[in-house]
Design a protein around this ligand. Structure first.
Ligand code: SF4
Length: 215
């Protein structure tokens, strides 16, 4: 089986397994997704979703975040890891959006990665889920699951992204990100993957190795 064929089989199975797959962060606008994604580093999406309603009620536009009193902004996100740094990043990021992008979130990778606190992964999440553009975001789950299955063979997120883009049709790029994240959270867990109940184990290189070792 070629890699594109394997990727197709895996995605077909995962789409059936997670029919309602969507990004776990709640948002209504690209700005809200940008802020939520910055906040979500090393924090659970549940915690972010509990925190953002009040935050987004208080600050509705990039201008609001850019001009926010730092202490007040910190107060809204104080239950989140590294909230002081994240508050600074959010303010700096929104200041740049106001100063250089007329208050609008850039809808290109090149524009997004110039924003403080926004790396390639975050930029691709925004492009895919907020702007409906074809993009694969490689987070820790996508990296681990794609390597275990054998869809990738690298520790480098940029190389993994390039590789996945080559073997997966563009129209599935956003979905593959969400499906691999969900699968990594639910079944292909970092410490102890639940291979026995995994619906894609027949395609998985990691699982095949375990079976061969036991023989
Ligand atoms: S078989 Fe195991 S290692 Fe492979 S994807 Fe499933 S849970 Fe992960």
């Amino acid at each position: 089986m070629t890699l594109p064929e394997k990727a197709k089989k895996v995605l077909d199975v995962l789409e059936k397994e997670y029919p309602d797959a969507r990004i776990a962060l709640n948002f209504k606008t690209p700005l809200e997704l940008l802020i939520a994604t910055i906040l979500s580093a090393q924090c659970t999406d549940e915690r972010i979703n509990k925190t953002t309603p009040a935050l987004f009620k208080r600050y509705k536009k990039a201008e609001g975040f850019a001009e926010a009193d730092l202490k007040e902004l910190e107060g809204y996100i104080s239950s989140i890891n590294f909230f002081r740094n994240k508050a600074k990043n959010i303010r700096a990021c929104c200041k740049k959006i106001v100063d250089e992008f007329e208050g609008k979130i850039p809808d290109t990778l090149e524009g997004l990665v110039t924003l403080p606190g926004v790396g390639r992964k975050t930029a691709n999440i925004i492009l895919g889920s907020a702007f409906g553009k074809d993009a694969i975001a490689v987070d820790t789950h996508v990296k681990r699951v794609s390597n275990r299955i054998g869809l990738a063979a690298s520790d480098n997120p940029d190389k993994i992204e390039q590789g996945l883009c080559k073997i997966i049709p563009r129209k599935r790029w956003v979905k593959v990100t969400i499906l691999l994240i969900l699968h990594g959270r639910n079944i292909c867990i970092a410490k102890k993957p639940k291979c026995e109940i995994c619906p894609v184990k027949r395609y998985c290189a990691y699982f095949r190795n375990i079976v061969n070792v036991k023989r």
